[in-house]
Structure formats: structure tokens, C-alpha cells
Design a protein around this ligand. Structure first.
Ligand SMILES: C[S@@+](CC[C@H](N)C(=O)[O-])C[C@H]1O[C@@H](n2cnc3c(N)ncnc32)[C@H](O)[C@@H]1O
Length: 395
């Protein structure tokens, strides 16, 4: 084990062992050449008959099984070494994230910020968005009694989990001065691209205002019906001064720029339009959950050997095309000075489109290898990704 990894595990173990401050632990992803017993494991302290136990929820991709272990019997080291590539330890003072690279090195990120510990044994996951909030009723996620409508449960969770990632990322970017601290005079400008019924747009606006962050949120969608109904809701909620909507194509929007660009399932290359527009306008933070994509799949006709082993199966070609599209989007962002990650923002049972591209503008120069591998991938596969064309990159 690399020393750094050992040190990272020791830090994680210390945080986990302090159950008076531990909020939760999430283990996900698989390390190279290792197999893991579950797709994801969530661990949190719970109070049972006055004593602290650790509740361990293990998801195999279909079902979640839960067991409780007395804290003294919990072997944190064994869990940390089980073979997971992503380890998140949240505690009341912040969070520690460890990502283990293919080379087995630890990329460690520490974040400060208060988090609440909830020791209820059989609590429902505490939500950022109260289902009975009037905006959720107005947008049609919740019914008039303030209960999430069954048909909207997945969308509610998608928005909730998106927000759960946005908030700490935003706080870290502000803390690291990648984004200027928003003020009433200069609020944070957030654009939701391909906002549709604006579930996410309103959620971001309402939540960030509830934590006193000055924001101006803009929802952009090509459909005039979206503009009409979303604007009516904004007026009804009396928030039209700080949230606005545009019925415009992303690529031709009259809005010039934003600080933070978000997009949840903007169809196909509308995601590329969203990224290209955000980058051109100097957005500091992008959180983009792509949708279906067809751009590269239609270009994958001169497949370099031996990759035809995958592409000869239609299903796999489709999936490979999805992965390549997002990998190249992430790489383009990296080449443009963004620190970029690809993460899952929600379990696959709530949407198969559960990948998120998270990019923070740091201005870091890409290495020559980054440029070379990007160029090589394009030339080997004879492809021209939509985002590269829109940004005219390395042409
Ligand atoms: C799948 S919906 C997602 C809506 C919303 N973000 C959500 O998650 O509920 C995609 C939205 O993108 C919009 N859209 C597609 N292409 C667009 C473009 N080029 N410019 C603006 N909006 C676009 C569509 O009208 C649609 O409302």
C-alpha cells in the first residue's frame, strides 16, 4: 500500500471512529483489479437503546440490505481496504473524500462546513427539500397535501441529489476563491440549461436562498410553454426578481454568462450546447448530468482494432458511445483549465442517466499527455465530438 494511501486511510479511520461527530461514510466504485461485494455501502451512526451502533446499508445494484453493528465491533480498516475507489467520510465539521486512482494512489480532498448528525435509527433520509414546500406543489412534484406524487418520486430524488452535490461543491469553490463570495449587490448567477419544467431551477433558487446565499437564477429552455408556466409559478411564489426564464435555444441565448451552469438531462447535444455556452461565457463551475446521446454513436464506423469486439454488439456500442462522449467532454473541460470529475449523482434505480460531469475552473494548464491522449483518441476513432466542434478546440 502506498504510504499516502495508508495515511489517507488512517485519517478516514480516525474520523469514522469518532462516532460523536460522524455523519456518514459512503464507499463506492471499484479499485482496479479488485472486486467488491456491493456496488455501494452507506454507513452512519445510529442510537439504539441509548448506545451508538453503526448502520450499514449495502446495495448490490438492485436491493439494499441493512444491518447494525455496535460501534466497538465495527472494523473501519476492513471496510476501507475492501476495494472501493471512492470513499466519503462526512463529519459534523466537514468531509474527507478519498479517490483511489488506477495506480493505487490516493487523491484526498478535505472540505470544511457544518453537517448535521442524525442518530435516528429508522429515520427516512433527511431531505434538503421539504416535500410540502409550496414550490414543489406548484411545479407538480408534490400534491396539494404536500406529498411527493408517486410518478414524480424519481424526479424529486434526482433534484434532491443534484442539490446535495451542488451545495458542498459551491461552498468549496467559494472557499477556494474559484468563485467570488456572492453578495446582495453581486449575487451568484446560476443558469439551468434545458430547464424544462424547472424542477431543478426552482429547487436551487429556493434552497440557496434558504441558506442566505444571494442568487439570481435563470432557466433557459427552447419551449415557450416552459417559459409561460415557469414565469407564472415564479410570480405566484413572489420570487420573480431573483429567478427568470427565457424561451431560447441554449446556443443562441441572449444571456451572456453565468457563474454556475447546471443542466439535468438536456437532450443529446443540447448538453454540448450547454457546456460550450457555459465555457465561452466564463462559468466557474459546471454541474452537468447528460441525457441520451447519439452524436458519437453515429460516427463510430471506423473502429480501431480490437475495439470491434465491443462495437459489433449494438447494445455495447451504444454504451461505449455514451462513455466516450462523456469522457471526451470531461477531457475537453480539462484542456480548458477545469478540474473535472465524472461522478454518479444518484443510484441507477432512479434514472439510468445518472452520470454527472463536475468541473471547477482552476485555470490549471493541461499536461502535454492530456493533449496527446485526447488527439490520439479522436484520430484513432476518426471522430469529432460535438463539443469539440462547438468550441473549435485543437482543430
Ligand atoms: C429531458 S428534458 C429535461 C428537463 C429538466 N432539466 C428536467 O430534468 O426535468 C430536456 C429539456 O431540454 C430542452 N432542450 C432541448 N434542446 C434544447 C436547446 N437546444 N436549447 C434549449 N433547450 C433545449 C427541452 O425542451 C426539454 O425541456
Amino acid at each position: 500500500m502506498a504510504t499516502e494511501l495508508e495515511a489517507a486511510f488512517n485519517s478516514a479511520e480516525q474520523l469514522i471512529s469518532d462516532t460523536s461527530k460522524l455523519v456518514r461514510v459512503v464507499l463506492s466504485g471499484r479499485r482496479r483489479n479488485m472486486s467488491v461485494p456491493f456496488e455501494r455501502i452507506d454507513i452512519r451512526p445510529v442510537s439504539i437503546k441509548g448506545a451508538i451502533s453503526l448502520q450499514i446499508s449495502q446495495n448490490d445494484g438492485r436491493v439494499t440490505t441493512t444491518k447494525n453493528l455496535e460501534a466497538k465491533d465495527f472494523d473501519a480498516q476492513a471496510y476501507l481496504e475492501m476495494g472501493y475507489a471512492n470513499i466519503l467520510v462526512e463529519h459534523t465539521g466537514g468531509a474527507l473524500t478519498i479517490r483511489i486512482t488506477k495506480k493505487g494512489e490516493a487523491q484526498v480532498h478535505e472540505e470544511k462546513g457544518l453537517r448535521e448528525q442524525n442518530l435516528e435509527h429508522d429515520r427516512k433520509k433527511s431531505r434538503l427539500l421539504d416535500a410540502s414546500d409550496s414550490f414543489l406543489i406548484e411545479v407538480g412534484i408534490s400534491d396539494s397535501d404536500g406529498r411527493v406524487k408517486p410518478a414524480k418520486a424519481d424526479k424529486y430524488l434526482q433534484v434532491e441529489e443534484f442539490l446535495r452535490l451542488l451545495v458542498p461543491t459551491l461552498n468549496s469553490a467559494i472557499e477556494a476563491k474559484h468563485i467570488a463570495k456572492p453578495t446582495t449587490e453581486k449575487p451568484l448567477v446560476i443558469a439551468d440549461l434545458g430547464c424544462g419544467n424547472a424542477y431543478l431551477t426552482f429547487a436551487v433558487h429556493q434552497y440557496l436562498r434558504s441558506i442566505d446565499m444571494p442568487v439570481h437564477v435563470i432557466g433557459i429552455d427552447i419551449r415557450p410553454e416552459s417559459l409561460k408556466s415557469n414565469t407564472e409559478i415564479a410570480k405566484k411564489l413572489k420570487i420573480e426578481k431573483t429567478i427568470e426564464f427565457k424561451a431560447e435555444a441554449i446556443e443562441q441565448t441572449s444571456i451572456q454568462s453565468c457563474d454556475v451552469a447546471i443542466a439535468l438531462h438536456a437532450c443529446d447535444t443540447a448538453t454540448d450546447d450547454a457546456i460550450a455556452w457555459a465555457v465561452t461565457g466564463g462559468a466557474k463551475l459546471l454541474l452537468i448530468a447528460p441525457c441520451c446521446q447519439h452524436d458519437l454513436q453515429t460516427q463510430m464506423s471506423n473502429v480501431p482494432e480490437p475495439w470491434n469486439l465491443l462495437t459489433k454488439h449494438g447494445l455495447m456500442k451504444e454504451r461505449l458511445g455514451d462513455l466516450m462522449t462523456d469522457a471526451l467532454r470531461a477531457q475537453i473541460l480539462k484542456l480548458l483549465g477545469y478540474r473535472t470529475e465524472i461522478i454518479e449523482f444518484i443510484g441507477g434505480e432512479h434514472t439510468p442517466r445518472n452520470i454527472m460531469i463536475r468541473a471547477v475552473k482552476t485555470g490549471a494548464e493541461p499536461g502535454s499527455k492530456d493533449v496527446e491522449s485526447y488527439k490520439k483518441m479522436l484520430s484513432d476513432w476518426q471522430i469529432d465530438p460535438a463539443l469539440a466542434s462547438r468550441l473549435n478546440i485543437l482543430k
